[in-house]
Every structure is written in C-alpha cells, then in structure tokens.
Design a protein around this ligand. Structure first.
Ligand code: TXA
Ligand code: MG
Length: 373
C-alpha cells in the first residue's frame, strides 16, 4: 500500500493541487447485517455520492468507483479519476427492480427473465436509455448498461446514495481491475473522497455484459454468467466476435473492450500446447531473456509451477478450479508489476464456460499475443 506522499509524487502538478485526503473505512467481508460503525461508514459514503463525490466500494465481481449516475458532473469526475477516455460508458448500479423503470425507455421481456435468473448478481444488461440518464454517464450513447450487484455493502451503499451509482472498475485506466482494497488504495488514494475496504472480492473478473437492444441478445463481455447459462434462459444468444480474437476487422460493441486493458507493465505472451512443450518453450525463452538481463515471470498452475525457471513464478491455482483462477488472475498480473517483471509467459486456459472469461482477460492483457507450441 502506498502512503499519501508516495502517491502524490506520481501525480502531475495540476493533479497535486486537487490532491485530497481519502477516507478508508472497513466493512467485514461476509456480513449481511452491519454494525453501527459500518452503518455509519455506508451513510457517509452515500452522502458523499449524493453530494457529487466519489466512493470506491466492493462488489462481488471487482471493486467499483462510484458516483451519482444521474449527475453529469459526477461522471466527469469518474473519468478524470481513472484517466479514462470519456467515450467509454459507465455501468449504472441499482439495488432493486423498481429503480430500472426510471432509467430505461423500455424493459424487454428477456430482461425480466434474465433479472429473475441472475439479479442481484454478476450480470450487466444494456437497454435504451431514458432522458433521466445523462450522456456523460453513457459516453454519449443512447443506451445504458445496468447491473444490480449482490454484494450486501454495495447494495446498501446504492440505497444510501439515492439509488443510481455509476461505477467502472476502481483501477486507473489500463490496469487490472482491483480485487482487493489495497489495489484501490494504490490507484485511487488522493483522487477520490472515500474507499470502502470490504476485503477480497468473491469472483475476481468483471460482470458478463449482454446487449438487449438488438434483435437477438448479444454477449459483449464474458463473465461468471456464461453463454450457456444465458442461452438456458433466453434460448437464443449471440457473442460479439471480437471477444476471443483481434483479427475480425470489427470494433468491439462494448467501447471499453477496444482498449488494451488489464495490462501488466511487462511484456506478456500466452503459450498454448501440450504441457511438456509449453514448459520447454517457456524455459528456453526465459533463458534468452535472462541473457539480456531482463527480469522474467511465469503464470502457471499448481501442478506445473515448480517446473519453471523464471525469476518470479506465480500459480493461479488448480487448472480444474476456474473460480480460483478467476479470483487470482488480476492479483497475479498486478504482482508482476509490483516486482518489476519485464518479460512474462503465461500458460493457456480452457475457453469453455467461465474459462472463456478468464481467457478473454488474459488475451487482452497479452494484446492477443499467443504462441502455439
Ligand atoms: O463487474 C463489473 O461490471 C464492474 C463492477 C464495478 O460492477 N464494473 C465494470 O465497469 O467492469 P467498467 O466500466 O470497468 O466496464 C464497463 C464495460 C466497458 O467495457 C464499457 O464499454 C461497457 O461496459 N459498456 C458500458 N455501457 C455500455 C453501453 N451502453 N453499450 C455498450 N457497452 C457498454
Ligand atoms: Mg474496467
């Protein structure tokens, strides 16, 4: 965790002038019933958001950076705090179904069925927006992304904040989404009014995004709610072709997916093939990089990690346990930055079910650099 001084050093002169003291308050991880201190913290957070300020908070997927979704000035502040391009729309977080009516033009029947099945939870749906939602929040689009998170503290914060919280992931633009409060503090200390520390998140990858404004619902970003789970409710569902490839010649339909995101500072390559070949190839490359005095890293699994000779070898868990891999991935990527690793090789993972979300994020972190051995 960085101290205030250290963070201030990294800011430009103009930013340092607006450097603020960020309040950090803890909420117990698995609580549904808040004690008095926690209630007070959530009330304070709500009043900060209602007053036009920003609060980072835990959700079941990743930490969010919240502001009042119906206040254009708040959305502008979110973009500034993240260093995010303002054509990249924000997700509006709500706490109940009634809240939906005010912000969307129409609620398709498919949305009602999806909400029944997956809300509250890690699913974001895209609707045509109503006039209540400012274009500053939707990056200039006529559509709005809405999610009802299941995390109790997130839900209570949304209620306290007036019902509509715009929240991108609480990282600086281009960095992996934060899965624990320490990373939020690293990125946002001095830039926002408050951080709610709710410990480690449960899922570790951002929500599934499904667009309901086209004739057939289309998945724009894979997540914990898989294509199979959506198809079971909707019957028909398509996938944005750019999810797993960068050679389609198309722009992703979710504007945020076009940016090189989730990226570690080191140069990351995915190596795909039979386990033995992968280990041989990576160890050879690591040897070559060493000769150039580069610090090397490997992303492997519990069974393979001891076979690698890189300077920093990190396991994302057991290959059979996708939930753990998802929860560890961003922590591992950020860890390489903390240790100033310059060249990173990663094993490849299954692309089925929840694995698709894991590979989608890893591919984006690697700028789609994959070697088949
Ligand atoms: O799990 C999550 O969704 C987390 C937590 C905090 O809820 N939030 C999150 O937000 O990942 P963010 O801003 O990092 O990613 C939102 C993605 C971006 O790729 C953005 O382009 C897309 O959603 N998006 C938002 N509104 C959209 C819209 N109207 N049409 C298409 N894509 C949209
Ligand atoms: Mg993000």
């Amino acid at each position: 965790m960085s101290g205030y001084g250290q963070t201030a050093d990294r800011l430009t002169v103009k930013e340092q002038r607006s450097f603020m003291k960020t309040i950090v308050r803890k909420i117990r991880q698995d609580t549904e019933v808040f004690d008095e201190q926690e209630q007070e913290a959530l009330r304070l957070a709500g009043s900060i958001i209602r007053g036009g300020g920003l609060v980072a908070f835990p959700t079941e997927t990743v930490y969010g950076l919240g502001g009042d979704a119906l206040n254009p000035a708040s959305s502008k502040k979110i973009y500034a705090a993240k260093g995010r391009p303002s054509d990249n729309p924000l997700i509006v977080h709500t706490a109940d179904m009634d809240a939906l009516e005010k912000i969307v033009r129409r609620i398709p029947e498919s949305a009602v069925r999806l909400a029944d099945a997956f809300w509250p939870g890690p699913l974001t749906m895209i609707f045509e927006k109503s006039d209540a939602v400012p274009r500053e929040t939707t990056g200039g689009l006529d559509t709005v992304a809405v999610r009802m998170p299941s995390h109790p503290a997130a839900r209570e914060l949304i209620r306290q904040a007036g019902g509509y919280v715009a929240a991108p992931s609480a990282n600086l633009s281009g960095k992996p989404s934060p899965t624990e409060a320490g990373y939020v503090i690293q990125d946002m200390d001095g830039r926002i009014e408050m951080i709610i520390d709710g410990g480690d998140v449960k899922i570790g990858l951002e929500s599934t995004i499904v667009d309901l404004t086209s004739r057939t619902p289309i998945i724009l970003r894979p997540g914990y709610v898989t294509a199979q789970m959506l198809a079971a409710v909707l019957g028909d569902v398509e996938e944005d072709r750019t999810i797993m490839r960068d050679d389609t010649g198309q722009a992703p339909k979710a504007p945020g997916m076009k940016y090189r995101h989730y990226a570690p500072r080191g140069d990351l390559t995915i190596v795909d093939g039979a386990q033995e070949n992968v280990v041989d190839y990576i160890n050879t490359q690591v040897g070559l990089a060493r000769k150039q005095n580069k610090k090397t890293g490997v992303i492997g699994t519990d069974t393979s990690i001891s076979e690698y000779s890189a300077d920093v070898c990190k396991s994302v868990g057991s290959r059979a346990d996708e939930n753990t891999i998802a929860r560890e991935l961003y922590r591992v990527l950020r860890g390489f930055d903390d240790e100033q690793v310059e060249v990173i090789y990663a094993e490849s993972f299954d692309t089925d079910g929840f694995g698709q979300a894991i590979m989608n994020r890893l591919l984006k972190a690697a700028g789609h650099k994959v070697i088949h051995v």
